[in-house]
Design a protein around this ligand. Structure first.
Ligand code: Z5A
Length: 210
């Protein structure tokens, strides 16, 4: 049976990595083989592109270079990790994917959706997530969580209005295609988030078994 491709999206400190760990534990406890990965990153080459993108010391890429680096890392990640895992029947849970590109490089940096869609078609050749979880919260709450972890990366050093645009970008995507997304209120206490994720995992399993 083919695998399932699930992506987790949201702003800084929204709890994506925490949600990924929970989903993995829940799915594995139901006997499903899971691969957890992230973007940018997921392979040695894609992780080195990630370092370049997040580095606060080196030369900052211009918007177009940033976009192309993100899609270069995505091409590598799809070919080396995501597609093989799906073909082997595994469930892939990816911390961020192309919805992040529309939110960050599109809504926040101002590159056009048309340009991003063109690269999406070229690089993904039709591959889309089967389900997207959006961990939604007010940006200032996510930033407080991110700051409590220590040094901030290049994206985390952006100003507040940047994160507002990221959030609006995500919510606009949900508005355009609600069936694609499950929006989770990421301001809730963690146990409530876990309960929602567990229900979602059970729903996916029953849909997949049908
Ligand atoms: N980027 C891009 O621009 N374009 C793209 O196409 C892609 C990415 C794919 C790196 O991503 C950067 O890449 C990202 C956008 C850009 N910008 N930034 N920054 P990233 O996913 O690695 O970066 P991130 O958003 O900063 O991830 P994060 O800080 O690791 O956040 P998170 O995974 O969403 O959160 P977490 O680690 O699960 O939780 C953060 C803390 O909050 C932690 O201490 C938790 O225990 C706590 N937490 C989590 N949930 C809760 C609740 N419900 N209550 C209380 N505390 C909580």
């Amino acid at each position: 049976m083919a695998g399932r491709f699930i992506t987790i999206e949201g702003g800084e400190g929204a709890g994506k990595s925490t949600a990924q760990l929970r989903l993995r534990a829940t799915l594995e406890s139901r006997g499903i083989s899971v691969v957890c990965t992230r973007e940018p990153g997921g392979t040695p080459l894609a992780e080195s592109i990630r370092q370049t993108l997040l580095d606060v010391e080196g030369e900052a890429p211009v918007e177009m270079a940033e976009l192309l680096l993100i899609f270069a890392s995505r091409a590598q990640h799809l070919a080396k990790v995501i597609e093989p895992a799906l073909a082997a029947g595994k469930w892939v849970i990816c911390d961020r994917f192309t919805d992040a590109t529309f939110a960050y490089q599109g809504a926040a940096r101002g590159l056009s959706n048309e340009l991003i869609s063109t690269l999406e078609r070229l690089v993904q050749e039709g591959r889309q997530p089967d389900a997207v979880i959006l961990m939604d919260l007010q940006p200032h709450i996510g930033m407080e969580r991110a700051k409590s972890r220590g040094a901030l990366d290049r994206f985390e050093q952006e100003q507040h209005h940047f994160y507002e645009r990221v959030r609006s970008g995500y919510l606009a995507r949900v508005h355009e295609n609600p069936a694609r997304y499950t929006v989770i209120d990421a301001e809730q206490e963690l146990q409530s988030v876990y309960n929602e994720l567990d229900k979602l995992a059970d729903r996916w399993i029953s849909e997949h078994d049908r």
